[in-house]
Design a protein around this ligand. Structure first.
Ligand code: FNR
Length: 385
């Protein structure tokens, strides 16, 4: 169907599910074991209600904000997702160009299907380079990770999203069932897939995760910070400006508070995420972790930026998360699905989120992202969870 007929994020999923290969479908759409977390991720937003305020001037309501000091037209970013080329030949290039065209930010996966340099060049060649972030899986071969970080710094990375919620690959059965079909090309530098599947049944996800260091721990964060400084030295750029580190995959308030201790190494944000339900099934939706943080460690909201992702399909979902204290919201699968239309689809999806978020804010009686607050939200429907 023509792009004009697409009016919401679900429409992209419907189109994409008909156009991509079975292998791609299994990889994109699957989640861990019984899919309970995956389904809860989106369902939980339907149980959160608004408390709209009326008779406020909202003609000039705008959605702009910032992430790690970088302006964004909407505090929604493209979450890192492996292998975007399974959805469109332009893959991550289309994601990057679409995000740039609409003024939002992209986190590039360690397992991207294009070389990092190519993705970055696709948005930097012009007179106005666009900022971007790198998602990091740490390789058991630490030297490979150091090299990847050096390359990223040379290419101008503005933040590292360290993914910590899958020390081992989740059990994704839809993906595993198609394992015998797999013959994918290797992802970007620093990653390194193996062509064979592992003893536990394979699947794209497991295969790509084989290099990940399962022993990574909090005490390794200074090493990452040091590697970034070495990267700055190698790139000949000043080392006085720390490259921010985001801990992606925090699922308890205890760990969010833990992250605070690493502020001096550049940890500026916690990213509450369960990896789109792809890692540990029955782990909590990010919104529950966010509410737990308000109870246990409200100080993190003053000191760190807090991101959430998982199940975001609507502008209302975005506004709920932001009102409850999130700085920004990540979107994974819907952007992959929007790639059914390449860069145009990516742009259209951003526009849909922008329009929906703006109308929601107007209905709530607010003018700007900064005016959103928990008083606009009723969470009683999920308080027993
Ligand atoms: C992911 N995600 C992910 N996360 C990460 O840190 N590195 C990665 O390489 C990937 N790869 C990946 C592939 C695919 C196909 C999906 C769907 C997801 C997780 C991603 O960043 C994000 O946390 C979730 O996708 C958010 O949930 P929704 O928006 O997909 O519901």
């Amino acid at each position: 169907p023509p792009l004009e007929t697409i009016i919401n994020a679900y429409d992209f999923e419907e189109v994409c599910s008909r156009t991509i290969s079975e292998k791609a479908k299994a990889f994109y759409m699957s989640a861990a074991t019984d899919l309970i977390t995956h389904q809860m991720n989106s369902k939980i937003y339907s149980k959160i209600l608004f408390r709209p305020r009326v008779l406020r001037p909202v003609r000039d309501t705008g959605t702009s904000s910032s992430i790690l000091g970088i302006p964004t037209s909407l505090p929604v970013f493209v979450a890192p997702a492996a292998m975007a080329r399974l959805a469109h030949p332009d893959g991550e290039l289309a994601l990057a160009r679409g995000a740039k065209a609409e003024g939002i930010l992209q986190v590039i996966s360690t397992n991207a299907s294009y070389p990092l340099r190519e993705i970055v060049e696709s948005i930097s060649n012009s007179s106005s380079p666009h900022p971007w972030f790198l998602q990091l899986y740490v390789n058991r071969n630490r030297k490979q990770t150091e090299d990847l970080l050096t390359e990223a710094v040379k290419l101008g990375v503005r933040g590292i999203f360290l993914t910590v919620d899958c020390p081992v690959a989740g059990k994704r059965e839809a993906d595993e069932r198609l394992a015998h079909d797999i013959s994918m090309k290797a992802p970007i530098s620093g990653g390194g897939s193996q062509k064979s599947s592992d003893a536990k049944g394979g699947g794209l996800a497991r295969m790509m995760g084989l290099y990940i260091d399962s022993n990574l721990q909090w005490s390794d964060i200074p090493w990452i910070a040091k590697s970034l400084i070495q990267g700055q030295q190698a790139a000949g750029v000043k080392t006085d400006k720390q490259i921010p580190i985001v801990i992606k995959g925090v699922q308890t308030a205890a760990d969010a508070r833990f992250a605070l201790q690493y502020e001096k190494y550049g940890v500026k944000s916690v990213f509450l995420s369960n990896h789109g339900g792809r890692s540990l099934d029955t782990s909590p939706p990010a919104i529950l972790t966010l509410l737990e943080c308000w109870k246990v460690c409200p100080e993190i909201f003053e000191k760190l930026e807090v991101y959430v992702d998982g199940g975001i399909h609507r502008g209302t979902d975005v506004v709920k998360a932001l009102s409850l204290g999130a700085t920004a919201v990540g979107v994974g699968r819907p952007f992959l699905y929007s790639l059914a239309y390449g860069k145009d689809g990516v742009q259209k999806l951003v526009n849909i989120f922008q329009d929906e978020a703006k109308v929601t804010m107007q209905m709530l009686g607010v003018n700007s992202i900064g005016q959103l607050h928990p008083g606009l939200i009723n969470t009683r429907g999920i308080d027993h969870l």
